[in-house]
Write a protein that binds this ligand. Structure first.
Ligand code: GLP
Length: 253
């Protein structure tokens, strides 16, 4: 970077560590929009020259940004600007739409498939329906502020929700529809979380490399009468998403 006014002078006499000041200065450039997602940060050598610090200090500043989720290094290429991961609380039963809106981001969907199908024996068992029952299969790419974040496959028994297949799920929320059109309030869910490598198709849909890690969440959503409402598999970009939960201490009596 040639423009010296972009580089704030460091306070070398104060108590704030130099690496931290550089980190804050780089963060400010991201917040101002001078550095955008995908842009390359200056290398350690360039940063140490600009801020007149050792390479070690410059490296520490970049490392700090990586820990906060604002930077990612690629061997042989350098360190790129990234956005911090979205944190999903896995103890809350939310729809994608609710979760993303709550974070102040705009959710949207790209509908890949919406069709009525016969369940496989495994799916019929999960949804507790007959093998001859009609099930709606929805396959959507879920986006947050236009970034493709997840691929979701949802299966819903149509006997419980007649006409659901007519709804345009490229714009509508599945859970809002279930609540408002059918008056059903989902009550609880069983979830299984696992890490999986992205297949070629998944990688293409999410603009990531093949075999990049995905956070895969399988959910069986239940109604208050303990009957299944949905079986869904969501595959989130592992570099954009992490799960969190508060674990209560077991008390022994
Ligand atoms: C979450 C759940 C999915 C569910 C989806 C519904 O992502 N993991 O199982 O299908 O929400 O989202 P929406 O109501 O936005 O369509």
């Amino acid at each position: 970077m040639e423009n010296p006014k972009d580089v704030e002078a460091l306070d070398k006499q104060g108590f704030i560590p130099l690496y931290y000041q550089i980190q804050q200065s780089l963060l400010a450039r991201i917040q101002r929009g001078d550095l955008k997602e995908g842009d390359l940060f200056e290398g350690e050598e360039e940063l140490s020259r600009q801020y007149k610090v050792s390479r070690m200090t410059a490296r520490q500043a970049l490392h700090g940004l990586k820990l906060q989720g604002y930077a990612m290094s690629e061997r042989g290429k350098g360190t790129f600007v990234t956005r911090p991961k979205l944190v999903k609380s896995i103890l809350m039963l939310e729809s994608f739409t609710e979760e993303i809106r709550r974070k102040g981001i705009t959710p949207s969907s790209r509908l890949l498939e919406q069709r009525v199908m016969r369940p496989t024996p495994e799916l019929a068992e999960r949804l507790r329906v007959q093998p001859t029952a009609d099930v709606l299969h929805l396959r959507r790419v879920r986006l947050a502020d236009d970034l493709a974040l997840a691929i979701e496959d949802s299966h819903v028994p149509l006997k419980r929700f007649p006409g659901l297949e007519q709804i345009d799920f490229s714009t509508k929320s599945l859970y809002e529809t279930i609540r408002h059109k059918y008056g059903l309030q989902p009550a609880w869910a069983d979830e299984v979380i696992e890490a999986l490598p992205a297949t070629r198709d998944e990688a293409a849909l999410l603009s990531i490399s093949r075999n990049a890690s995905l956070l895969c969440i399988s959910r069986t959503l239940m109604a208050a009468d303990d009957t299944p409402v949905e079986f869904a598999v969501s595959r989130y970009r592992g570099d954009r998403y992490r799960a969190s939960l508060r674990v209560p201490m077991l008390t022994f009596v």
